[in-house]
Design a protein around this ligand. Structure first.
Ligand SMILES: C[S@@+](CC[C@H](N)C(=O)[O-])C[C@H]1O[C@@H](n2cnc3c(N)ncnc32)[C@H](O)[C@@H]1O
Length: 330
């Protein structure tokens, strides 16, 4: 009996201890479940946060590309507002230009007439600023960049050069200095900038080089001889030209080039939608201009070495004969 009592007591004790263990196991199971649920909740919320971060990262990247990347479109209202917020000092000059643009569009429906009037107004204020240089140092530097580039590409004194949209000879005076007398032809649509060009020529004492400076109303180049120019050059001209003006030039430039001659032009490049700001600045995709040149029977390629220089525009070279590394036009 005593043994039985003992064993009964022992049994009770064992049962109680088993129940205690069971209760404690249940408690810890419940607590583990609670912490599992809370971990799942945290995981779900951190996944949600990650997804929303990725979404906002993607939209930030899209915004950055459209704001400062090669795809940006300066003609959109969002770009203009963003730009104005970042550069409040440029709002008044932009509004002045926009007002002038509206007025000149009314007076000059054709592009050449319009741009000639823009140049007249800008040149009156400052000829160096009219060709796009903020200071005399920049004017000198931009001219030197054009000159050094062509010198590096083999421009020799005996070569004949046509400078389309020569402006006030920012690059021109260096070319005139380098070339043999009579070998430089500068043409421009603006009488005002050509008067400024003569002043540059005089200041640089280059009269003996007898350059030709001619006013033109179009880019058919009809007054120039065939097979004549070794180098044709247009710096920051197509960045201010609608496509039909560029096409006119590409349709005719082949005639005045020699067989080995080439035509280099810069343009404002976009990798997004082609657009313009007022009627002053035009942004093109490289493929558009390359295809246009090829459609006129020219070889064409983008100049990668120019891309390395500190200049915002890109450069395309065209030629009648195939360029090195270039298949002949179809
Ligand atoms: C930004 S300035 C550049 C001048 C010069 N090439 C330089 O780099 O200093 C543009 C010049 O191209 C001229 N221009 C614009 N459209 C033209 C066109 N269709 N034919 C000839 N000249 C043009 C303007 O009158 C102006 O002098």
């Amino acid at each position: 009996m005593a043994r039985h009592t003992k064993s009964w007591n022992e049994g009770n004790e064992t049962n109680r201890s088993w129940r205690r263990t069971e209760r404690s196991r249940n408690r810890s199971d419940r607590s583990r479940n609670r912490s599992d649920r809370s971990r799942n909740r945290t995981d779900r919320s951190s996944n949600r946060w990650e997804r929303s971060w990725n979404r906002s990262e993607r939209s930030r990247n899209r915004w950055e590309r459209s704001w400062k990347g090669p795809e940006r479109n300066r003609s959109t209202l969002t770009h203009k507002i963003g730009y104005a917020l970042l550069h409040p000092g440029r709002i008044a000059p932009y509004l002045r230009r926009a007002t002038r643009d509206a007025w000149l569009r009314l007076r000059h429906p054709d592009h050449v007439g319009y741009y000639r009037a823009v140049m007249a107004s800008d040149t009156r204020r400052d000829p160096e600023a009219a060709v796009g240089s903020r200071s005399h140092e920049r004017w000198l530097a931009l001219g030197r960049m054009q000159f050094d580039y062509l010198l590096g590409h083999g421009l020799r004194p005996e070569h004949k050069m046509l400078d389309i949209g020569c402006g006030n000879l920012r690059g021109g005076w260096r070319f005139i200095d380098h070339l043999d007398p009579g070998n430089y032809y500068g043409i421009d649509i603006s009488p005002d900038i050509l008067i400024a060009a003569k002043k540059t020529l005089t200041e640089r004492r280059l009269q003996h080089k007898l350059p030709h400076l001619t006013l033109t109303g179009d880019l058919t180049l009809d007054f120039l001889p065939s097979d004549h120019f070794d180098v044709v050059h247009a710096h920051s001209v197509f960045s201010h030209s609608p496509l039909h003006v560029i096409e006119e030039c590409l349709a005719h430039v082949g005639r005045v080039l020699t067989d080995e001659g080439f035509f280099d032009f810069t343009f404002d490049r976009t990798e997004g939608a082609e657009h313009q700001v007022l009627r002053e600045d035009f942004y093109y995709r490289a493929e558009t201009l390359l295809s246009l040149a090829r459609a006129h029977g020219l070889s064409a390629r983008l100049m990668d070495d120019w891309e390395q220089l500190p200049h915002g525009q890109s450069k395309i070279r065209v030629r009648r004969s195939p360029l090195p590394d270039e298949a002949p036009p179809a």
